[in-house]
Design a protein around this ligand. Structure first.
Ligand SMILES: Nc1ncnc2c1ncn2[C@@H]1O[C@H](COP(=O)(O)OP(=O)(O)OP(=O)(O)O)[C@@H](O)[C@H]1O
Length: 653
């Protein structure tokens, strides 16, 4: 590499091959245009740093790029790598092979382009990490916002909490073992930041409802104003699910035992869950949100569910909009796939959750507030401030201990290569199939059986218009019982190929008509936010025939009760969704799923992807592993590592 022009040609070739994006090349060109004589290793680093954002990383990790050059580009799947067209493109290993870490860092030593902190350079380097300035700023905002919340002078007295915690958790008292829900509830009442992680059905919603009651009741008893509370989730689907999950649950709590005025307590707890977009007033065009540091959210407590889907930029906007005095409670499953956009905030906050690391002060406070003694292995006199705010719920109340879905999810999480052994017999909740081609009975049978009932219901229109909403509600509920999930989008085993294949099977089975696009039963998913229609990317509806015309029925919005009917003519961006990617399925659950992997191994197959796919099912999983278990076994061992500096900013160690 000698001339900047050469590297621009290489980047152009990579762009043409789809290995980097146009925007990545444009950044390198922009810097080249602004700065005469700029080092070409800097241009390469700039394009790669930009490219990492599209792949979920917040920055470019320079040593990681040198150690595995192919890992920083979007190379095609291995089976396409050797084609003639691509043989002419300079290989990443060749281009980066001429660099060593010290030399690359020297090339980045250009103060007009690369800063090391606040300033106006397009890039920022912190140690081995190279950022686009905007993302360095988001990361700093998140680190500062969280650190500030952990610096908490006024730990509340545990005494007023204790009797209320006892009343709220009376049902589970003496159940044996540590009651982590009780501990989570108390710790979240202690500081301005709490992070509660747990797998499906471990009681995150239960715990947080009790927390909200505890906070309202304690404030009321002490003659303080009722705390203003908000509930939010990153997507419309996740918000609607939490909405549904909390409905009716508050009434079941012993409100009269925690307050002499249960009506006031109940009135103080929000009954609606909002999307984060709506809560913050984010605009489609990316302008300044409605709420920001100069106009903070009117809230004292904010609970964010499905926080694993919150990306770095959203978290920065959220922390900026939340008043410093407000309590933030993040709920989620740290083992799920991280956000599609850059960042893995929840995962990093929960990196040490398993081992607790609770210090003496926390232990003593918890003993007074809950009567619980923490297990010895969870104690650490050197525990850090963030550790004291994180709790992991460990017992699933959804899956019985011996449920196959629960066992398989745990085995995947533990990275056990033998995860499928002993659960894949088909007797319990897990059925494994190894088809050679997609068009086989092994795949067709469970899929047609899974979709049959809702399609039959969709085809049978109701006798009267008055019945229409209830009928649509039934079809939508039935439709949500089963879903085909795919690991990838392209190819015969990806979402696009499977959707075609499944439509053909359903036609042959007489469940859907041939020759019509908007036929009754066609399930569609929004592929973009449509603010005018109030439909968000990922929302799923089912086409039904209303007075002879197709209408798509979407489930009620969060907080709403009625089915939303939309004419297909108004749906600009929606696609058929017999098969859905695992990524898109986050925040949803089904009784049963068929999880389809592509044949062989692929870097896209990761532990997080398998765990997320399997845990979408409440009862049954059909694993479709074309050609055998190799890809599955390799995926169990492959973890997603996202380059970020959040941990470095949050943990001392
Ligand atoms: N300590 C407990 N003892 C018995 N049942 C419980 C307990 N905690 C929660 N449950 C029940 O387990 C189920 C799942 O609880 P909950 O919805 O609170 O979990 P979650 O972690 O929020 O689940 P999700 O994965 O849906 O987000 C609910 O039916 C709830 O009533």
């Amino acid at each position: 590499m000698t001339e900047p022009r050469d590297i621009l040609n290489v980047l152009q070739a990579w762009r043409d091959a789809g290995w980097i994006r146009s925007v990545d090349l444009a950044l390198a060109r922009f810097i080249h245009g602004q700065r005469a004589g700029v080092d070409e290793a800097l241009l390469l680093a700039a394009a790669l740093a930009s490219h990492q954002l599209g792949r979920g990383h917040v920055c470019l990790d320079l040593p990681a790029a040198l150690a595995d050059p192919g890992s920083v580009l979007s190379l095609p799947p291995q089976d396409r790598a050797g084609t003639t067209a691509e043989a002419d493109i300079p290989a990443p290993a060749t281009v980066l092979g001429g660099l060593d870490l010290a030399g690359w860092q020297r090339a980045l030593d250009d103060p007009a382009v690369v800063g090391d902190g606040p300033g106006s350079t397009p890039l920022v380097r912190v140690g081995h990490r190279l950022y686009l300035r905007r993302y360095w700023q988001y990361e700093q905002q998140v680190i500062d916002g969280l650190t500030d919340r952990l610096r908490d002078p006024a730990t509340p007295s545990p005494a007023p909490l204790r009797p209320r915690i006892d009343a709220l958790f009376a049902e589970t008292a003496g159940a044996g073992g540590t009651d982590w829900q009780r501990i989570a509830c108390a710790l979240a009442a202690r500081g301005r930041l709490a992070v509660i992680t747990g797998g499906p059905g471990t009681g995150k919603t239960t715990t947080v409802l009790k927390l909200l009651v505890l906070l309202q009741a304690t404030a009321h008893a002490q003659g303080e104003p009722a705390p203003r509370m908000g509930l939010a989730a990153p997507t419309g689907k996740a918000a609607a699910r939490l909405d549904e999950s909390i409905r009716g649950r508050l009434e079941a709590l012993p409100l009269a035992e925690v307050s002499d005025d249960p009506g006031v307590i109940q009135a103080g707890i929000p009954s609606r869950v909002q999307t984060l977009h709506r809560l913050l007033g984010l605009t489609a065009g990316g302008g300044r949100p409605r709420y920001h540091p100069d106009r903070p959210l009117p809230l004292d407590v904010l609970v964010v569910d499905e926080a694993s889907m919150v990306d770095l930029r959203m978290m920065a906007a959220l922390l900026a909009a939340l008043p410093a005095s407000a309590r933030l409670v993040l709920l989620g499953d740290r083992d799920q796939l991280a956000s599609v956009e850059a960042g893995a905030v929840l995962g990093e906050l929960c990196a040490r959750a398993e081992a607790g690391h609770y210090n003496d002060a926390t232990c003593q406070w918890l003993a007074l507030a809950t009567g619980e003694a923490l297990p010895a292995e969870q104690l650490d006199p050197r525990g850090e401030p963030l550790d004291q705010a994180v709790v992991m719920l460990r017992d699933s109340h959804r899956f019985a201990g011996d449920s196959d879905v629960g066992r398989l999810a745990r085995a995947i999480n533990d990275g056990r290569a033998d995860a499928l052994d002993g659960v894949a017999g088909g007797e319990g909740g897990i059925d494994t199939r190894y088809p050679e081609t997609p068009d086989t009975a092994a795949l067709r049978e469970p899929v047609v059986a899974g979709y049959r009932t809702y399609l039959e219901q969709a085809a049978a229109a109701p006798p009267t218009a008055a019945e229409r909403d209830r009928w649509a509600g039934r079809v939508l509920a039935e439709h949500r019982r089963f879903q085909v999930l795919a690991a990838v989008r392209h190819g015969p085993w990806g979402v696009l190929g499977l959707n075609e294949q499944i439509e053909a099977w359903l036609m042959r089975a007489g469940l859907i008509p041939a020759g019509s696009v908007w036929y009754p039963g066609r399930p569609v998913m929004m592929t973009r936010n449509d603010y005018a229609l109030g439909l968000m990317n990922g929302d799923v509806g089912v086409t039904l025939s209303v007075d002879g015309r197709p209408r798509v029925a979407f489930p009620p919005a969060a907080g709403g009760a009625t089915v939303r009917w939309v004419s297909p003519l108004r749906l600009g961006s929606a696609e058929t969704v017999y098969a859905m990617t695992v990524h898109k399925s986050q925040g949803s659950e089904f009784d049963a799923v068929a999880l389809v992997l592509p044949p062989g191994d692929s870097p896209l197959l990761t532990r997080e992807l398998l765990y997320t796919g399997v845990t979408r099912a409440r009862q049954r999983v059909t694993l479709v592993l074309p050609g055998g278990r190799r890809g599955f076994d390799a995926a169990v061992r492959r973890r997603i590592r996202r380059a970020t500096g959040l941990s470095a900013g949050l943990w001392r160690e």
